[in-house]
Write a protein that binds this ligand. Structure first.
Ligand code: ATP
Length: 509
């Protein structure tokens, strides 16, 4: 029996469609009145989890508890839960009032009477006109549309229509409101307004909201708790500040806000090396451990170099400068690497600056021991994935469910929207078991040298390093020797991509 304070508990919930496990051992407790957001890229299982809570899907295994009672197999209409979808599905021929009242008019409410034999029996009745009126007007007041009750749906803006859809869900007084990308169809300005309104609404009505989005800013703005998901697995659960400041891995760091993410190595007690420079840090990891490091742009300090430069300090050159309203965003290069910074100070383009990061602002994360992660990859104009000096065919349709690539290499969404991914920054990940190695150079996607082989009990972990010092770790049954010149091959379908930033910025109008 779960703790009664938890309105919803998901316990070991797994959902598979055929062989495809899309939600994997999901464990989460949601407190009454909380605003919880499921955040993750397209296809990571957010909607499926929401649909299991609503009762539209049944878990393959695991349990869902509502106030401590098992509801895993209870049908949707018997759960005190309502859902608001991205497509509002309002009735165009009814006005605002009737759209909101629609469900109430059909609803049968039980009441008990004593019959002639003195027994208590349950009967059903419809709501009276007055009851409906009171409920509808209360819901319209919450969404701030009382004055538009007689308006035709077709005359409302997208934002207003979405508010009507919310009113229609809350008029039933559910204990939990599920919202599946409810602002996805709105333009950016309306989205931002509605985010704040939804947050207010949540406070006003005090019920539990479970919200699905792939937009990190939306999640940070509205939620009490964010659940970051990837490939059906929870990566991190926490409040927005913790998730932003203390991401547990490179995936979360990238997904939440602008980040500089680097492959790094621990080179001493509280000393970490990246960007070819040794930084002091506050996280204690074993010597020589390979780690991922995150530095937020606002945490990079710049000082213009005057006179002869100090070679012991990290230096960079400002190559891009964009005014963002409150601050400037700069891109600095140093050797082959770059770092994005933010500052309210106005620096000249092409300035040479020292770069400093406070030890506490260097977030160090354990690197995954099963996959290669390339945080600084990008897509070129031929839709190839570029990882340092390697070029890979890759399936870009994974970035948008139901999409395809047209003859001109644009990504076309199921809704017909067109995206140009030339130069799009991505994080690529490849499982160790999906990297193939062949003898000799120029036989695969990238050339490298075997620099390490470690026997792992039943296979070898082989580390191949390229000329640009990019590492590929692979699992193999064969023995390889340090110094072997090899090529690395990866099948396109085995490379997973996560877009940095929102797909919308690549839309072609
Ligand atoms: P999006 O934001 O694009 O909706 P999501 O994170 O909500 O993504 P889901 O809709 O939960 O992801 O889908 C997760 C995976 O499950 C996808 O690969 C999807 O194709 C698959 N899937 C969902 N429903 C079904 C189904 N009924 N049958 C087979 N596969 C399904």
């Amino acid at each position: 029996m779960a703790d009664k304070n938890y309105i919803i508990s998901l316990q070991g919930v797994t959902k598979s469609f055929g062989n495809n496990t899309v939600v994997d051992d999901f464990n989460l407790d949601i407190t009454k009145g909380e605003f919880v957001t499921f955040l993750g890229p397209s296809g990571c299982g957010k909607t499926t989890t929401l649909r299991m809570i609503a009762g539209f899907e049944t878990p393959t295994s695991g349990q869902i508890l509502l106030n401590g009672e098992d509801i895993t197999r209870i049908p949707p209409h018997k759960r005190p839960i309502n859902t608001v979808f991205q497509r509002y599905a309002l009735f165009p021929h009814l006005d605002v009032y009737d759209n909101v009242a629609f469900g109430l008019k059909l609803k049968k409410i039980p009441y008990e009477v004593t019959n002639k034999k003195g027994e208590t029996v349950t009967k059903y009745r419809h709501y009276t006109r007055e009851e409906i009126d009171e409920k509808v007007m209360r819901a319209l007041k919450i969404i701030d549309l009382e004055d538009l009750e007689n308006r035709d749906i077709s005359t409302l803006s997208g934002g207003q229509q979405q508010r009507v859809a919310i009113a229609r869900a809350i008029v039933n007084e559910p204990e939990i409101l599920l919202l599946d990308e409810p602002l996805g169809a709105l333009d950016l300005k309306m989205r931002k307004e509605m985010q704040l309104e939804l947050k207010d609404m949540h406070k006003k009505i005090g019920i539990t909201f479970i919200y699905v989005t792939h937009d990190q800013e939306e999640a940070l703005t509205m939620s009490d708790t964010i659940v970051v998901m990837k490939d059906g697995v929870i990566q991190q659960v926490g409040n927005p500040i913790d998730i932003y400041n203390e991401p547990v891995n490179a995936f979360v760091a990238n997904f939440i806000g602008e980040s500089n993410i680097y492959n790094a190595t621990m080179v001493g007690k509280l000393k970490v090396k990246f960007l070819n420079h040794v930084f002091d840090c506050v996280d204690d990891f074993p010597l020589n451990e390979k780690v991922d490091v995150v530095v937020r742009p606002e945490d990079v300090e710049m000082t213009v170099i005057k006179g002869k430069s100090d070679d012991s300090r990290l230096k960079g050159k400002i190559v891009t400068k964009i005014f963002k309203g409150i601050h400037y965003e700069y891109v600095l290069i140093m050797g082959k690497s770059e770092i994005v910074t933010q500052s309210t100070k106005d620096y000249e383009l092409d300035s040479e600056v020292y770069i400093d990061v406070e030890p506490a602002n260097i977030q160090i994360m354990k690197r995954s021991s099963t996959e290669n992660v390339y945080p600084e990859a990008w897509i070129d104009k031929n839709n190839k994935l570029i990882i340092a000096d390697g070029e890979f065919d890759v399936d870009i349709t994974q970035l948008l469910k139901g999409s395809h690539v047209d003859d001109d290499l644009y990504l076309i969404g199921a809704d017909g929207k067109k995206y140009d991914l030339d130069d799009a920054d991505v994080i690529a990940s490849i499982d160790f078991t999906d990297v193939q190695i062949v003898d000799g150079h120029d036989k695969g996607n990238v050339n490298g040298t075997v620099v390490e082989t470690i026997y792992k009990g039943d296979h070898y972990a082989v580390l191949v390093r390229t000329a640009e010092e990019e590492d590929y770790i692979l699992a193999t049954d064969d023995t390889w020797n340090e110094g072997d010149l090899v090529s690395v091959i990866v099948e396109p379908s085995k490379i997973r991509l996560t877009l940095k930033g929102d797909l919308n910025k690549y839309e072609v109008q």
